[in-house]
Design a protein around this ligand. Sequence first.
Ligand code: SF4
Length: 240
Amino acid sequence: MNPTDITAPDYFHKVVDCQWACPAHTPVPHYIRLVAAGRYSEAYMINWRANVFPGILGRTCDRPCEPACRRGRVDDEPVAICRLKRVAADYKDDIRSLLPRPAAKKNGRRIALVGAGPASLAVARDLAPLGYHCVIFDQNAQAGGMMRTRIPKFRVPERVIDEEVNTILDLGIEFREAGAWTVSRGCSTKVGTRCSSVPAHHVGATSTFPAARTRRPTSRSAPSGSPIFGFATSIGLASV
Ligand code: SF4
């Protein structure tokens, strides 16, 4: 048997079952301790860094963390991890001072993000404070993608979506409604339609993040000759 490699972060992640089960590897015990202490804003920020949309996820996540919760093996039920995320979101104070600031200086790189759903928003959230000029395109007039268009409002109120989406857009991210805009040369379809190419050239982008229609895990190769960051598959999992 090989010795345990404790230099690999996965070793420690796996010890915390709920955190390992969460697709975003949210530090669950950390934020639940903060919620228990009434430190809701800090608990929210732990979530915000890990899974980007705590208020929305606290109402909609499929919560794979909960079947993994050890309390389920001892008590009848696991800890209500997902609902505690909502508690942090609903009881937090003004968090503006805890958020990253828009970049004071751009780094000269422009990123075109196709589709204004959670994948693009997550990528833009991480890149904008680093100085990347992020332009998000969507066929709808408001950003949010499926979070806004496919989830019933009794489940996620509009104000929750507005708050979390605008928190990201306020980082200096440009949003453009694309309507009948064509997403590529030789492909006159709307954003959201399967396409073989991406619109870097439309905004002078140095890189493109084609996140439209990534509602299911997918892995596709980049169109030849197009600089590309990658595909995100779901909330909080965007990797660049
Ligand atoms: S509720 Fe969802 S996002 Fe939150 S810890 Fe569980 S799996 Fe992760």
